[in-house]
Design a protein around this ligand. Structure first.
Ligand SMILES: [Zn+2]
Length: 439
């Protein structure tokens, strides 16, 4: 509407330089233009209250219904020349757009539509926001809601009508492997291999039942993993679960293959089909050293007298997460004298475990809570009678203390017969990708 009026204004301007006969035509033209302008203004006035409702309707179809003006040649494509910025801490989208020269009206229209799609109060700090060049019409703001999803809002500068479109990007996967040679520690070797921390944790979780990574890993050990890397828009966005892993230490080689035996619940198995998972984890915490072992007769450093030490002390930094070594139910999570903050877990009718001197309990850990193996139940501290931050870990068999370090516990279920064929196929594919014999 405004565009046609702009054109007619230009015509009027030019008319001063042309012969009188044309002036009459031009005059008639300008009268017509004036009428058209008033008509447009009236239409704008009439249509204004409805435009937002129309936008919402368009939104529901998540399609861009381009206003007629968009088709004209001097309108630039808003996707072209988009510049991306990061949303600052505590910054609202409105103030962000304002600092980038958007008018109050443009912001209001854009945000009214955006709020029907996302919670504007919960936009992440650091979120990427793309803005079209200021001269484009419509103006576009692109909110990168996630790796795979964009919300594009286009606001027409003249009608102030906003349309929205969500764009989903597919995730593509590519298999790759990482390998490492331990010089100082597993973490150092994994870092050198370019592996992100989350994947290092996954590797230690895969072999958590076989290898005590804080104690048994030494210089010369070798490892490799096969994993899928995910890509969106050609950029890596993280890894999937480890598909196969191998750890070689002291000429002993352990191989783990991921396989979903029941539904989506994939676990790790040895090539012969035995489960890698034991009933209990090797240790409940990532520790620096064992500061005191299970002893029936031991000199207590704080009490300064002989007293049995019926558990294992793991020295670890305060705040280190403490994990339940097995599935079970919390018997109690409470202050218990010299033990300080203690969590006791019953795993089955035979075994229970207790975790002492915690600095705090994990969320939702209280009497009666169900816990899974490896679930964080609290954090290392020095509450109660403790000479420094450590975890005192006790193991009970039929209510009596046992030494967990010297005990062989049963394993989880192996691959069942009717799944063996499918497992073999997974194994062959995994092993060939891992190229098992060449470290
Ligand atoms: Zn102790």
């Amino acid at each position: 509407m405004t565009m046609s009026s702009r054109k007619t204004l230009k015509t009027r301007h030019r008319s001063r330089l042309v012969p009188p006969v044309w002036k009459n035509i031009a005059f008639a033209g300008s009268v017509f233009a004036g009428l058209l302008l008033s008509f447009c203004a009236a239409m704008l006035f009439l249509w204004k209250p409805n435009s937002q409702a129309t936008s919402r309707q368009q939104l529901a179809n998540t399609a861009i219904l381009a206003p007629a003006q968009v088709k004209t040649d001097h309108v630039t494509e808003p996707d072209r020349g988009t510049t991306f910025y990061k949303l600052g801490q505590g910054q609202h989208l409105a103030s962000f757009l304002q600092t980038h020269g958007w008018s109050k009206e443009e912001i209001n229209s854009s945000l009214a539509v955006a709020s029907t799609q996302v919670n504007l109060k919960k936009l992440r700090t650091g979120m990427s926001i793309g803005l079209s060049p200021s001269e484009t019409n419509p103006r576009q703001v692109t909110l990168q809601l996630s790796h795979t999803k964009d919300l594009k809002l286009r606001t027409d500068k003249t009608t102030l009508e906003t349309t929205a479109k969500t764009v989903e990007y597919p995730v593509t996967k590519k298999k790759l492997h990482y390998r490492g040679l331990v010089q100082l520690s597993l973490w150092e070797s994994a870092k050198r291999a370019g592996m992100p921390p989350a994947l290092i944790d996954q590797l230690t979780d895969v072999f958590a039942w076989q290898i005590d990574f804080a104690k048994q890993v030494r210089s010369g050990d070798r490892w490799k993993i096969s994993v899928e890397r995910k890509y969106v828009r050609g950029k890596p966005v993280g890894h999937g679960p480890i598909l196969a892993a191998q750890f070689e230490s002291d000429h002993k080689k352990l191989t783990a293959i991921r396989f979903p035996q029941s539904g989506d619940n994939a676990r790790y198995y040895f090539p012969d089909g035995r489960s890698l998972e034991g009933l209990f984890l090797k240790s409940p915490v990532r520790y620096n050293r064992i500061s005191s072992r299970f002893q029936r007769n031991r000199y207590h450093p704080v009490l300064k007298r002989r007293r049995p030490h019926l558990g294992v002390d793991y020295a670890a930094a305060p705040g280190t997460p403490v994990k339940s070594v097995g599935d079970g139910r919390v018997v109690y999570a409470k202050w218990s004298g010299g033990g300080g903050r203690v969590v006791k877990i019953k795993h089955n009718s035979t075994y229970s475990t207790a975790y002492m001197h915690l600095s705090k309990y994990a969320k939702d850990i209280k009497a009666g809570s169900r816990v899974r193996q490896g679930q964080v139940i609290g954090y290392v501290g020095s509450s109660g009678l403790a000479s420094g931050p450590h975890l005192h870990f006790s193991f009970y068999e039929h209510g009596k203390y046992i030494n967990p370090l010297g005990k062989k516990f049963p394993s989880a279920n192996p691959i069942v017969k009717n799944k063996m064929k499918s497992f073999q196929q997974t194994k062959i594919a995994a092993m060939s990708h891992l190229s098992v014999n060449t470290f």
